[in-house]
Design a protein around this ligand. Structure first.
Ligand code: C2E
Ligand code: CA
Ligand code: CA
Length: 736
């Protein structure tokens, strides 16, 4: 209901507005304080109802009433008064004022009356409004189908006006209007708002005789309705949207034939509306399917976490770009990006933080690129980029470096300040490959190279990376076979007590009899075994062979006091001590005759758990030697607390020892310290007699090197030992 308040007391005005604000169906469209203003406001807004104060200054309420009535305005008038003389009251009533209320004491009664004019709402109002909205008919231009039907309705009923009225939330809107200028009125004064409450036609033979309508503005003023007949337009689904209605300015009745004809026309209007609904429904259905398909496509082609293209899509796009590049004879770059330091974040802060970090990094990555570039998440913390139309590697590396810089900026994720980085490999078309698969693989290899050089950088693909990768691949395969078929064997290098010509032990050094490459030294395959997780099995086989060989020598009457084997850091797993103990037991070898050569790194901070395992073995009698001592980081002072028995002085200090006072000083320091701690020392790599003399002078206990003997196969060692012992017994004869 549209309402105008004419009242010059500010206090009363604000009070009225405040109270009316509680009724959602009443809408105060304007407020006036004096006569002239009031007339203009009412005529321009054509409200349904006016709350009118009679005493205005300047002007008078009665004058307002007179003037608006003269202008044909039929609005309902409620007169607000403090007390009113009967003459004035009669004058107002003559001008169609409906009610009089004392504005200070009777506000409640006034509102009660006001609200009684609001047409009741159907039970299914919300659903009805939704259905109406779904028809998409509101506020559309006139349509011939409906106009034909209203014209026909007016002709059949012999009336000047026929409309199709749709009852919206606060208004009736005319889908078609024959004989009526307006396209809408307020809902509160609409006859049709009453007609939609019933299933049957609502017929009002004379509005002035009907209490619901006698003071209706559309009756009192233009278009001066006297007769109304409306047929409800009810959808199959049960909602009544509005009516087809006919209107006359004089009271009358319809004939049964006219009624029947109107109903028929109404059902034509309705089928037209239903048809539209079905079309809309179909359109929506098509749209829904399209969206569903798009969604499925999205799922299949996108990475759900970052919404970037996934690996498959990346390959597709790369192929497309390659076709274009080939045709236009242009270059193209593929970048393979792997985040640095992502794994520990995921492992220690949890997957939620990990996921958010990836999303964040993906956004940063995208921000570095142009829209013509394709960026994808290949999985985990790996991303890939295609840079089309890249002229050469300089351009590509420039973009890559920009990415490295952007991804190394610190990020804060869920309150954690994180510092990641990126390693990038770049491959250029056509220099580094013709196919998408090849370019991606080569970019991947280059990335790996960038990682190996410390990360936070870009590497360009180079052919040797691929060659090496292929070699590694074959070697990996062969090494697995070798382990399965026990193609590894051991050579043994004697360790002699300096100055005594006696053996203190042998070191077992692994070899691989490769079917094509011949006898391979451990430097060729130990790093690979460590990297591919084969070192554990390799170590077990070496231990087994070494102990078996020691037993064989024992049985042959050869006296080998101790055998040393090399242990890689990654071999030290929780079951390591058990494995060693079991092997010793299986071969019946005393733990005292086994020495484990470990690296310094195993004893530093990260090696705490290995220390416990080594202690356990040591308590059984196994001895521990630190290999390549002097090149690592362990301070001599640290040694005191560690589970070790011997130091092997690294070969690099021995090589120049005859001529280098510096090396002499180092070896002397090591020996002095070792003596103080009760550790044995073995010098490695002595090849010359002169070196032996210096080492003996410095107080080294043992020596291992080519001067004493190269590493030897088991049988060769037996022969060597006989000569060695003979020489010790009779130096003269041996020299001869
Ligand atoms: P390492 O433990 O330092 O072994 C000594 C290496 O020095 C051996 O090389 C040996 O042949 C070499 N060598 C001995 N005397 C001399 C000399 O006078 N001059 C020179 N220039 N070299 C000498 P090899 O057999 O090639 O072994 C290389 C490395 O492979 C070893 O260094 C060791 O770290 C590793 N390794 C060997 N066998 C095994 C094994 O069974 N398991 C593990 N995990 N590593 C092993
Ligand atoms: Ca060694
Ligand atoms: Ca060594």
């Amino acid at each position: 209901m549209n309402l105008v308040i004419v009242e010059d007391s500010e206090l009363i005005r604000t009070q009225l507005i405040r109270l009316l604000a509680r009724q959602p169906r009443v809408n105060v469209v304007g407020v006036a304080t004096e006569e002239e203003e009031a007339v203009n406001l009412i005529l321009s807004t054509q409200p349904d109802t006016v709350l009118l104060d009679l005493a205005l200054s300047p002007g008078s309420g009665v004058r307002v009433l007179e003037r608006i009535r003269q202008a044909g305005c039929g609005a309902r008038i409620i007169v607000l008064t403090n007390n009113i003389g009967s003459a004035l009251r009669q004058a107002c009533q003559a001008l169609g004022a409906t009610a009089f209320f004392d504005k200070t004491t009777e506000a409640d009664k006034c509102f009660e009356l006001l609200y009684s004019w609001l047409p009741p709402l159907p039970d299914n109002e919300q659903q009805r409004l939704a259905a109406l909205l779904d028809t998409r008919l509101l506020d559309t231009p006139e349509q011939e189908v409906f106009d034909d039907l209203t014209r026909l309705a007016a002709a059949i009923a012999e009336v000047p006006i026929a409309v199709v009225s749709l009852i919206d939330q606060d208004r009736q809107w005319f889908l078609s209007h024959f004989g009526l200028e307006a396209r809408e009125t307020s809902r509160s004064i609409a006859f049709c708002a009453h007609a939609i409450l019933h299933n049957e036609m609502l017929e009002v033979p004379d509005a002035l005789e009907d209490s619901r309508f006698c003071d209706n503005p559309l009756v009192v003023g233009a278009p001066n309705i006297r007769f109304y007949a409306g047929v409800p337009l009810t959808l199959v689904s049960g909602e009544t949207l509005g009516t087809l209605c006919v209107i006359d300015n004089k009271p009358r009745h319809l004939t049964p034939a006219q009624r029947q004809a109107l109903k028929t026309l109404a059902s034509s209007v309705l089928s037209e509306i239903e048809l539209r609904r079905r079309v809309i429904f179909l359109e929506q259905e098509v749209e829904r399917r399209r969206l569903a398909e798009a969604h499925i496509l999205h799922l299949a082609t996108r990475d759900p976490l970052t919404a970037l293209p996934n690996r498959a899509t990346f390959r597709d796009r790369l192929d497309q770009h390659l076709r274009l590049a080939t045709r236009s004879k242009q270059g193209l770059a593929v970048l393979f990006i792997d985040l640095d330091r992502f794994k520990p974040i995921n492992d220690t802060l949890g997957h939620d933080v990990g996921d958010d970090t990836l999303v964040f990094m993906a956004e940063r990555l995208s921000a570095c690129l142009r829209s013509s570039d394709t960026v994808a998440r290949l999985g985990g913390d790996e991303f890939a980029v295609v840079l089309p139309e890249v002229a050469d590697s300089v351009d590509a590396l420039q973009v890559a470096d920009k990415i490295v810089v952007a991804l190394s900026e610190p990020v804060t994720v869920r309150g954690h300040a994180l510092h990641l980085g990126a390693s990038i490999g770049a491959a250029i078309y056509p220099a580094h490959g013709e196919s998408g698969a090849e370019l991606l693989r080569h970019a991947d290899l280059a990335m790996y190279q960038a990682k190996k050089s410390g990360g936070g950088r870009t590497c360009l693909f180079a052919q040797h990376l691929s060659d090496r990768a292929e070699e590694t691949q074959t070697l990996d395969h062969d090494l697995r076979n070798a382990l399965a078929n026990r193609q590894l064997l051991l050579h043994f290098q004697p360790q002699a007590i300096l100055g005594e010509g006696r053996l203190c032990g042998v070191e077992a050094l692994v070899r691989w009899q490769h079917p094509h490459f011949g006898l391979l030294s451990p430097d060729h395959f130990i790093p690979l075994a460590e990297e591919r997780g084969l070192i554990h099995e390799l170590g077990r086989q070496v231990l087994d062979m070494a102990l078996a060989q020691l037993k064989l020598w024992d049985e042959a009457g050869l006296h080998i006091p101790r055998i040393a084997i090399n242990v890689s850091p990654s071999e030290i797993r929780p079951d390591f001590a058990e494995t060693v103990e079991a092997a010793l037991f299986r071969h019946g070898v005393s733990p005292r005759r086994l020495e484990l050569e470990i690296t310094e790194s195993m004893l530093t901070a990260d090696g705490i758990s290995s220390i416990a395992l080594l202690n356990r073995l040591r308590s059984k009698g196994v001895t521990i030697a630190v290999d390549d001592f002097g090149v690592g980081y362990s301070s001599l002072g640290q040694l005191r607390r560690l589970p070790i028995d011997s130091l092997k002085v690294d070969r690099s200090f021995v090589r120049e020892i005859e001529h280098s006072p510096h090396d002499i000083a180092i070896v002397r320091a090591i020996v002095t310290m070792a003596e103080a701690l009760g550790l044995r020392t073995t010098a490695e790599g002595a090849e010359e007699e002169g070196q032996m003399t210096v080492l003996e002078g410095l107080g080294c206990d043992c020596v291992q090197g080519y001067f004493v003997s190269h590493p030897l196969a088991a049988e060769a060692l037996a022969d060597w030992l006989q000569l060695f012992e003979a020489a010790a017994a009779d130096p003269e004869q041996a020299a001869a």
